[in-house]
Design a protein around this ligand. Structure first.
Ligand SMILES: Cc1ncc(COP(=O)(O)O)c(C=O)c1O
Length: 323
């Protein structure tokens, strides 16, 4: 176990100190862009608008910057995390990158349990920020990392701050407080459908509950269509450890997308729109295309907003871009 995990509690970090960081000022307020070209390629009528929230524009390259910031801010506000104290969590990669980025700026050691199967880009980025990495079984995916981090937490107790993104309400709060209101404002309240993939489920539960309440939008959750899949960061809920923050009342529908379809739509997004995003974004766009086609058949107008979770360059050494 890394030596940093035994650090004493060292308080003194303030919310103000976090807010003043340059890197924190870059988080959020990401663009919401039209996918006109993709829409035309799919043959959708003009009254079906497809929009993508470009979360890869965040400084850590994914939507999880919001999650990590909210979790760290909440822990600091509650006096549970201070200077020099180790933050520990399991992650499929993106939240880890965000923890590592913020930890570097805040002088917080960060220890992450990551599936050994995570892409090389993720592992190298984590190392660049100086995070300590512990690898879990590559065949057990994010659930293997969850099980291993729980074992570690049981051993080290309160010496570390266990961020627990799968069960931490601050994860949901990140999206109630930022992602949801941004989409409401940027779509001028016109959104009718919200599409987001299931990992920790923070995005769909936080932004989804906010948008449902404010606009009555339909909330569409996206998951891989089978247990063994290649869409990094996502969970197939029927066979996975269900996150404590998941609220089944929020999604109106849970759509299954196959790995090949997710990859195909990530490629289509790159070649039709010039938007270079990862495989979970491909899954969201595949679900959006399917939804757009069925609404067009019914003759119903729609403004569909999908989440663009992370960028395509995070997958250059995976099979995503092989043709
Ligand atoms: C690449 C990627 N896409 C989508 C998600 C899902 O987001 P959430 O955890 O908010 O459900 C994750 C979560 O880790 C992710 O890493």
């Amino acid at each position: 176990m890394p030596a940093t995990m035994t650090n004493r509690r060292a308080p003194g970090l303030s919310g103000q100190e976090i807010d003043q960081l340059g890197v924190v000022k870059l988080i959020g307020n990401t663009p919401l862009v039209h996918m006109h070209r993709l829409s035309a390629h799919l043959g959708l009528p003009a009254n079906i608008q497809l929009l993508l929230k470009a979360e890869w524009v965040n400084p850590g390259g994914s939507i999880k910057d919001r999650t990590a910031l909210a979790i760290i801010r909440d822990a600091v506000d509650r006096g549970r995390l201070g200077h020099g104290q180790t933050l520990l969590d399991s992650t499929s990669g993106n939240t880890g990158i965000a923890y590592a980025m913020l930890g570097a700026a805040l002088n917080l050691p960060v220890t992450l349990v990551v599936p050994a199967s995570a892409s090389d880009e993720r592992k190298r980025t984590l190392a660049a920020y100086g995070a300590n990495l512990v690898f879990s079984d590559p065949f057990e995916g994010s659930d293997g990392a969850i099980r291993l981090v729980r074992e570690m937490v049981a051993r080290v107790g309160d010496d570390v701050f266990f961020a627990d993104q799968y069960n931490n309400p601050a994860n949901v709060g990140a999206h109630v407080g930022s992602t949801g209101p941004e989409i409401l404002r940027q779509s001028r309240g016109q959104i009718t459908h919200f599409v987001a993939a299931l990992g920790t489920t923070g995005t769909i539960i936080g932004a989804g509950s906010f948008l449902k309440q404010e606009t009555g939008s339909q909330i569409i959750a996206v998951q891989p269509d089978e247990e063994f899949h290649g869409i990094e960061g996502l969970k197939h809920l029927p066979t996975a450890i269900v996150p404590g923050i998941f609220d089944p009342a929020v999604p109106d529908e849970i759509v299954g997308i196959g790995t090949e379809d997710a990859f195909a739509y990530a490629r289509l997004l790159a070649t039709t729109e010039g938007l270079f995003a990862g495989s979970s974004t491909g899954a969201n766009v595949a679900a959006t295309a399917r939804l757009g086609a069925s609404l067009a058949e019914l003759g119903e107008p729609a403004v569909i907003v999908a989440i663009g979770c992370d960028g395509g360059s995070r997958y250059l050494t995976t099979g995503l871009w092989d043709r």
